[in-house]
Design a protein around this ligand. Structure first.
Ligand SMILES: Cc1cc2nc3c(=O)[nH]c(=O)nc-3n(C[C@H](O)[C@H](O)[C@H](O)COP(=O)(O)OP(=O)(O)OC[C@H]3O[C@@H](n4cnc5c(N)ncnc54)[C@H](O)[C@@H]3O)c2cc1C
Ligand SMILES: NC(=O)c1ccc[n+]([C@@H]2O[C@H](COP(=O)([O-])OP(=O)(O)OC[C@H]3O[C@@H](n4cnc5c(N)ncnc54)[C@H](O)[C@@H]3O)[C@@H](O)[C@H]2O)c1
Length: 499
């Protein structure tokens, strides 16, 4: 087994160097790393190919640094809500200290630590851009004229993730807007920040920069968190506005221009009205595009630039919806567009890694729903926390999504502020919880809670949804008093009372 990081290079003959592994993974983000780790732990050989930093988007420009940016203000706000502690809060956040802490959580954009982990895990690293050139064959170009050709005995796994999508708006690209990368890694805080979009990136960045002192304008054409329960979106909208963010629901950007002084002039259409917003920076946060444009997909009959459609075994499908001949190409994580979240991608990686090992050994692949090699939770129980203040934590289906799926549901709501644990947690605690019950099966299919510090409440709901715990049994899961989790008791009481 290869235990050293491998350099790209050429044979003395001038032919590209070559190497063969059981599994070749393109993209060393959280998902690619986990696929490789899983197969190597089971005794196969694996290599990962990475064109930028080992660790991927999540480590350096997404999950970790954004949460670090948000955390200091969240702690201050938590203290401000509790008399006795509030008196000790005599200032705002220390911007430099927040940015320094963010830098540390982004490992100063240096992947030495992750490379050392790869080496210790026995995973080979090939630095450079990976491209498919034929079935089971990946060519790696290191950008300095050196090439290596990797051959996979069992599988090639594409885990190349996504990049920020920049929409086609007049002047927008020329105006050099921020994407999530610039927003997450910025070293100064703009006086005025405009944010295009109302999704998760938009609201988290608006929360962070508003706390750091920017005057933030959020252009949420399609609303704030439009895929969340509407009550949760409303709490977040109210809180953003209370923090001084100008939230413009329904406002669409139609043109952008950056003048010679660096100032941005944005044209915004709001219903019938057209007006102008001035800003120092504009974050574009309207979704993602897959990193598949330069991956050599055409060499194996697939369309470059597209999301990689997969079946439930994460095998890449051709345009006719069939896996490629020989079952050798898989896609996991953001690039397959199932769920764009790190933890869900890593869940796919664990299932896929184990399935590849089972196939290599000629063993049974258990891909029945909830089987060891299945990714059933992708469809039924995706947990997510939006780290705004208040936080939104959700798993499974919203009420609207459950109804759209044809389920006969009962929706139960409870005011979180009325729970003793929440009242002690913070004065004036505001929040709400909702459970969505599938009445035909008597189980929970969705749960959403919004409120300060609710993130850690989520896993209980995830277990209830994944375990398909009957509502009648959930009554025996007694929340400790006085915790915010007591909301479960109240939800179940209301469910019974309104039966
Ligand atoms: C601002 C922001 C905040 C987020 N916060 C959270 C959060 O709090 N929690 C959460 O669960 N999710 C969060 N996400 C989503 C999360 O970042 C992604 O779901 C996750 O990074 C996906 O992992 P991945 O391994 O599939 O892809 P990536 O992390 O994108 O990694 C893909 C890797 O492949 C490499 N690559 C691409 N093409 C090639 C090629 N041809 N050759 C070689 N290498 C290549 C890339 O350089 C990259 O390192 C956030 C996203 C953003 C944008
Ligand atoms: N805490 C977390 O879990 C976390 C944090 C950040 C990002 N992420 C993940 O990263 C992914 C990307 O996040 P995102 O916020 O970029 O995408 P998103 O899909 O969550 O939100 C994009 C929003 O932009 C809107 N939009 C689309 N085109 C638009 C346009 N031209 N003008 C204005 N608005 C437009 C959409 O309606 C949507 O609401 C998401 O899947 C998200 O789950 C997760």
């Amino acid at each position: 087994m290869t235990t050293e990081a491998v350099q790209t290079g050429e044979h003395p003959t001038g032919e590209p160097a070559g190497a063969t592994y059981d599994v070749v993974v393109i993209g060393a983000g959280p998902v690619g790393e986990n696929v490789a780790d899983r197969v190597v732990q089971a005794g196969l050989t694996a290599a990962v190919v990475e064109r930028e930093l080992v660790g991927g988007e999540c480590s350096y420009w997404a999950c970790m640094p954004t949460k670090a940016l948000l955390r200091s203000a969240a702690v201050l706000n938590a203290a401000r809500r509790v008399p006795g502690a509030a008196q000790a809060v005599v200032g705002g956040v220390d911007t430099r200290a927040v940015l320094d802490r963010r830098d540390a959580f982004a490992s100063h954009w240096d992947d030495e630590g992750q490379v050392a982990w790869l080496r210790s895990a026995g995973i080979a690293l090939h630095r450079g851009r990976g491209r498919l050139t034929a079935p089971r064959t990946v060519q790696v170009d290191d950008g300095h004229g050196r090439t290596v050709v990797l051959t996979a005995r069992h599988a090639v796994v594409v885990a190349t993730g996504t990049s920020a999508l920049v929409p086609d708006v007049t002047g927008l690209r020329r105006a050099a807007p921020w994407t999530s990368r610039e927003a997450v890694a910025a070293d100064t805080v703009p006086d005025r920040l405009a944010v295009l979009g109302g999704g998760v990136v938009a609201v988290e960045v608006a929360t962070a920069y508003s706390a750091l002192g920017s005057a933030v304008t959020l252009l949420a054409r399609d609303g704030v968190l439009p895929r969340s329960e509407p009550f949760a979106a409303q709490h977040v909208t109210d809180a953003l506005r209370a923090a001084g963010v100008e939230v413009r629901l329904g406002a669409a950007l139609t043109a952008a221009d950056r003048d010679g002084t660096g100032q941005l002039h944005l044209t915004v259409e709001d219903g019938e009205q057209v007006d102008h917003v001035e800003a120092d920076e504009l974050l574009v946060a309207v979704g993602r595009t897959p990193n598949t444009a330069d991956l050599g997909l055409e060499s194996v009959g697939l369309k470059p630039g597209a999301w990689l459609a997969v079946d439930d075994d994460l095998r890449v499908l051709d345009e006719g919806g069939r896996p490629l001949a020989g079952d050798w190409l898989y896609a996991a994580g953001d690039v397959n567009h199932r769920v764009l979240l790190t933890h869900q991608g890593k869940y796919q990686a664990r299932a896929l890694g184990d399935a590849l090992v089972a196939r290599a050994r000629g063993e049974h692949v258990d891909d029945a729903p909830w089987g060891r090699h299945a990714v059933t939770a992708d469809e039924r129980a995706v947990p997510q926390v939006v780290f705004t203040d208040p936080e939104v934590a959700s798993v499974g289906l919203t009420a609207a999504a459950a109804r759209a799926a044809g389920l006969r549901v009962r929706v139960v709501d409870h005011d979180l502020g009325a729970v003793a644990g929440a009242a002690v947690h913070a004065d004036g605690y505001r929040g709400q919880a909702r459970m969505v019950v599938d009445e035909d099966r008597g189980v929970l299919v969705g749960f959403t809670v919004v409120g300060p510090d609710v993130a850690e409440l989520l896993h209980a709901a995830t277990i209830a949804v994944v375990g398909e715990v009957p509502i009648d049994r959930l009554r025996h899961a007694v929340p400790a008093f006085p915790t915010i989790s007591e909301v479960w008791l109240r939800l179940l009481e209301t469910y019974t009372r309104t039966a």
